[in-house]
Design a protein around this ligand. Structure first.
Ligand code: PGA
Length: 251
């Protein structure tokens, strides 16, 4: 049985005080029930240390939203894996579609980041997904396959237990348009089959594949009930403790 993992991608939201308030809201809510999933919050770089302090002694894990693939040096504005580890981050979101489209990250860059994160003991949440145009041209499986094959180049079967894959159709991110449970399940099953081909059935059976794209309290339960959907990467709905908690409850 794979565990479910609910991660909140805060994107460019919240200052220090808002970070404390949101985490305390989540902690308060979790006193009322025992979650049946792993929980990860991914605040901005400037709030990681605050978040780490607020999360100390809880089961909630900390993740960052990006990192650079070099160890140190003249890379103005960048953050290394060691820096993330030094503020207690365990996870790092890599290859998010906003990084790909707004900041020009290629599969090759994302692959370098994944390899560096793994080398340093950080667990990547590796995002993939097709645009609306690609879906309409029936290219979804090709696009997802290329992103996986190129993004996971030189990642060993053994290291796959340290990676979460997040399938996030770009057309569903921040748009309010969620993939139907059938659309999402179909791609998740395809990804699992592909990982069986690339690696083996053990890797395919054990890898956590999250769905992301307008996940909210109203649609979380039906998405999470699908056999190959192992959790959610939540954007907009993770910014309020109540809605994030409702998604956690849906597990
Ligand atoms: P959304 O974002 O839930 O606001 O669609 C998800 C994501 O980008 O990870």
């Amino acid at each position: 049985m794979r565990k479910k993992v609910i991660a909140g991608n805060w994107k460019m939201h919240n200052n220090v005080q808002e970070t404390k308030d949101l985490i305390n809201g989540i902690k308060e809510g979790l006193k009322e029930f025992k979650p049946n999933c792993e929980i990860i919050v991914c605040p901005t770089f400037t709030n990681l240390l605050t978040a780490a302090n607020e999360l100390a002694g809880t089961e909630i894990k900390l993740g960052a939203q990006n990192m650079f693939y070099e160890d140190k040096g003249a890379f103005t504005g960048e953050i290394s894996a060691d820096m993330l580890k030094s503020v207690c981050a365990e996870y790092v979101i890599l290859g998010h579609s906003e990084r790909r489209t707004i900041f020009g990250e290629t599969d090759e860059i994302i692959n370098k980041k994944i390899l560096k994160a793994l080398e340093k003991g950080l667990k990547p949440i590796f995002c993939i997904g097709e645009t609306l145009e690609e879906r309409e041209k029936n290219l979804t499986f090709n696009v997802v396959k290329n992103q996986i094959v190129n993004g996971l180049k030189n990642v060993s079967a053994d290291n796959m237990k340290n990676i979460i894959i997040a399938y996030e159709p770009v057309w569903a991110i921040g748009t309010g348009k969620t993939a139907t449970k059938e659309q999402a399940q179909e791609v998740h099953a395809f990804i699992r089959e592909l990982l069986k081909e690339i690696y083996n059935s053990e890797v395919a059976e054990n890898v956590i594949i999250q769905y992301g794209g307008s996940v909210k309290p109203e649609n979380a339960a039906e998405l999470l009930s699908q056999p190959d959907i192992d959790g959610a990467l939540v954007g907009g709905a993770c910014l309020k403790a109540d809605s994030f908690l409702s998604i956690i409850k849906a597990c």
